[in-house]
Write a protein of this length. Structure first.
Length: 223
């Protein structure tokens, strides 16, 4: 199971670039998995923290230098004081939460005023899934998770705004072109993703694989 759910290093670096994450700032990765974002953020001079429900994934993550800042915890009940972090990320797990609004509200709570969050959320109508899965089999896409949700951009937007976040930017995500040997190895281990990558430039925003939302914390009295 280790490594199956991780994205490429190019993806995590892209998220950090879009966040414009600054040195010495505190970043919390909610559902951090094996700690790849934390590892790369630490290389950039950030102070990463991570929580995840999987002690197996965290045991792998603790092989990095951020082992003292990782903990087993539920993203719906974050074990941190309010206004603790400059950045919060949640990359591909909110759709599996029992209560996504509670998860969003917790991320909002622990984020500092004027802090930023990055959320990666899956699209109901990914063009490749429509062609490869729905058209071919008649079945909807599945991540084979006990709880999973897919939604359109507007549906995710509504949920995010219900948690008082302001959407600063939204990007389509259809996989990132490799820029290192590790990235090439990631694609070679997932040959089907190479096809997804090749057609990525031609996929419209609303038919993208996922959406990356960059959010800002809005004071409740101003929301």
């Amino acid at each position: 199971m280790i490594g199956r759910l991780r994205e490429s290093d190019a993806f995590y670096n892209w998220v950090l670039n879009v966040l414009d994450a600054e040195v010495n700032c505190k970043l919390l990765d909610v559902a951090c998995g094996e700690g790849h974002l934390g590892r790369l953020s630490m290389e950039r001079g950030l102070r990463p923290y991570g929580i995840d429900l999987s002690d197996v994934a965290l045991a792998y993550a603790k092989q990095t230098e951020i082992n003292n800042q990782l903990s087993v915890a539920d993203g719906q009940q974050l074990p941190f004081p309010s206004s603790t972090f400059d950045y919060v990320t949640n990359l591909g797990s909110l759709e599996h939460f029992k209560d996504p609004l509670m998860g969003l509200s917790e991320m909002y709570r622990v984020l500092k005023p004027n802090g930023k969050a990055a959320l990666l959320l899956p699209n109901s109508y990914y063009l490749v899934d429509i062609i490869w899965t729905v058209l071919r089999t008649g079945n909807p896409p599945s991540h084979e998770q006990r709880i999973e949700r897919f939604a359109t951009y507007q549906e995710w937007q509504k949920q995010i705004e219900n948690a008082h976040f302001q959407i600063l930017e939204a990007y389509k995500y259809n996989f990132c072109f490799p820029n290192s040997v590790k990235d090439l190895q990631w694609y070679l281990q997932r040959p089907r993703k190479i096809f997804n990558l090749m057609i990525a430039p031609f996929i419209p925003f609303h038919l993208s694989y996922s959406f990356l939302f960059i959010l800002s914390k809005v004071a409740l009295q101003d929301a």
